[in-house]
Write a protein that binds this ligand. Structure first.
Ligand SMILES: C[S@@+](CC[C@H](N)C(=O)[O-])C[C@H]1O[C@@H](n2cnc3c(N)ncnc32)[C@H](O)[C@@H]1O
Length: 265
């Protein structure tokens, strides 16, 4: 397994360059680790756009021995927070072409719907909930609550754009993960806010401290800048630069996550 992950991490720059999208290479490295979590359950992506994160997750899942991943996106502009370069009408074709070229199309069980619609028929346990869809407060909140009940103990919930001026991801990350005893280890990997679901267990003192520190720093980012205010923007950028969001050693990170034992398992 480690050999497969080594190779994948080495070849990631190439894979990363193949598809246009809205994640950084550092964040892509985080995504490649998720299929290697040794918990039962599925991977669900909300918000695929042109398929960049979808393909990276699927490649990693293939190497980790998983048979499929799930993803959903209506592929039409439906949220005020959708990318500004949204290729209206052409996105379904771009997405399908990218998948065809990727060599992992068959692994991707894609639903061309919004997360809310998918949730109506969703029944599978989830070990990875990767949310990069509607970043409004309402949308981010909905995604979390629609799928939380399906999380297995040890699952990772990861929100994109916690360190970008959107209302939703930062708010849900703080309130539902950092301030909740349902989650243990947590962190920021680039702009991805992640936390491990520990249902029924009590966070350790170390985990509580880490959550508290992150919470105090992130709270200061609640001054979401408006486009008009240069000063607010500078203030926001300065405060953001003070928040720890470096990537971790991938093998150490996986060891820590996989060492979580639930009394439910
Ligand atoms: C920032 S892009 C995703 C970027 C992508 N993960 C990548 O790797 O480049 C956000 C995507 O979320 C989708 N979206 C918006 N609201 C959604 C919802 N309620 N459910 C699923 N997808 C949604 C948009 O159509 C858009 O393609």
């Amino acid at each position: 397994m480690q050999k497969g992950l080594n190779k994948l991490l080495e070849s990631l720059p190439l894979l990363f360059a193949q598809t246009e999208g809205h994640i950084s290479e550092k964040e892509a490295r985080f995504l490649t680790l998720l299929p290697f979590l040794e918990f039962p359950g599925e991977i669900l992506e909300i918000g695929s756009y042109k398929g960049k994160s979808t393909i990276i997750l699927a490649k990693a899942a293939q190497i980790a021995g998983m048979k499929k991943i799930y993803a959903c996106d209506p592929l039409f502009q439906s949220s005020a927070t959708d990318p500004e370069d949204y290729p209206e009408n052409q996105l379904p074709e771009i997405f399908q072409n990218n998948l065809k070229k990727s060599g992992v199309k068959d692994l991707i069980h894609f639903h061309k719907v919004k997360s809310k619609e998918l949730s109506r028929t969703w029944e599978q346990p989830i070990k990875v909930l990767w949310i990069d869809g509607d970043h409004t407060l309402e949308g981010a909140n909905l995604d979390f609550h629609l799928f939380k009940k399906h999380l297995v103990p040890g699952a990772i919930v990861a929100y994109h754009d916690v360190l970008h001026p959107f209302d939703g991801p930062i708010d849900i990350f703080i309130k539902e993960m950092l301030q909740s005893d349902d989650f243990g280890d947590c962190g920021l990997w680039g702009s991805i806010g992640w936390a491990q679901y520990i249902k029924g267990e009590i966070p350790t003192e170390k985990q509580k401290r880490r959550k508290e520190i992150l919470y105090r720093k992130l709270r200061k980012l609640y001054i979401i800048p408006t486009k008009q205010s240069k000063i607010l923007k500078l203030k926001y950028n300065f405060r953001r630069s003070r928040i720890p969001h470096k990537e971790e050693n991938p093998y150490q990170w996986l060891r820590t996550m996989n060492s979580f034992k639930s009394s439910d398992l």
